[in-house]
Design a binder for this molecule. Sequence first.
Ligand SMILES: N[C@@H](CCC(=O)N[C@@H](CS)C(=O)NCC(=O)O)C(=O)O
Length: 223
Amino acid sequence: MTGFIVHSIPGSPYGRAVLATLEEKGLSWRLSPVAPGTFRSPAHLARHPFGKVPVLEHDGVLVYETQAILRHLDRVAPEPPLTPSDVRLAARMDQLMGVNDWYLFQGVSNTIGFQRIVGPRVLGLTPDEAVIAEAMPRARVVMDELARQLGAGPFFTGDSLSLADLMLAPQLDLMSLTPEWAELSASHGQLVDWLARMEARPSFRATTWDRVAQIAQAAGARS
Ligand SMILES: N[C@@H](CCC(=O)N[C@@H](CS)C(=O)NCC(=O)O)C(=O)O
C-alpha cells in the first residue's frame, strides 16, 4: 500500500485521531506540518476548502473531515477492523462520532480546551474566564452522556476498540489538561479509566503533542 501523508499540526485533537488510527492499523505515515498562519494559504485551501486540519493524502486522493478520513482508513486497511460488525454497535459508534463533532468539540473542547491550553500555548493568549464559565453547563451534559454511553466499557462499543474511541480520546485528553477536568470528571471514574487506557496505547503514546511537535520540527512546517 502506498504511503499516507497527513497534513496537520501538533496539538490538533482531530489530527491526532487520524495519526492514532494509522498507528492502530500498523500503517506507515508521514506528517506534512501546516505552518501556523497558513491555513488560508492557496496551497492549503486547495487541500481543504474550509482551511482546517487534518487532511489525508493517499494514493492520489485527498480526504478532509476526520470522520471521512477514519472511515476511509478502515476501508482501505480492514485489519484490525475498527467498525463493529453488529449494526446496533455500529450505529452507536456513528452516533458517538457525531457527538464528538457537534457537542464535545463544538462549544466544549474548542472553547475550554482552546481557552486553557491551545490559545495560551500556541498563540500566547490569556484565558477568557467568562467564555469558559459559559461553556461549563454544555461540558457537564457531554460528560454525563459519554459516561452513560461508555457504561462498563471497556470501549464505547463494547469489547473492541472502534473509531469512536479514536475520535473521542484526543478531545478528552486535551480537556484533561484543563483545571475544569477535575470537576467534570469527578463522578465519571469509568470515563477517566477509559481515557487512561487509551493514553497508554502505543498509538496514543506515538502521537502526543510533544511527539508530533518533534516530527513537525524535523519535517519543517510549510503552507
Ligand atoms: N470538522 C473538521 C474539524 C477540523 C478542525 O476544526 N480542526 C481544527 C484543529 S483541531 C482546525 O483546523 N482549526 C483551525 C481553524 O479553525 O482555523 C474535521 O472533522 O476534521
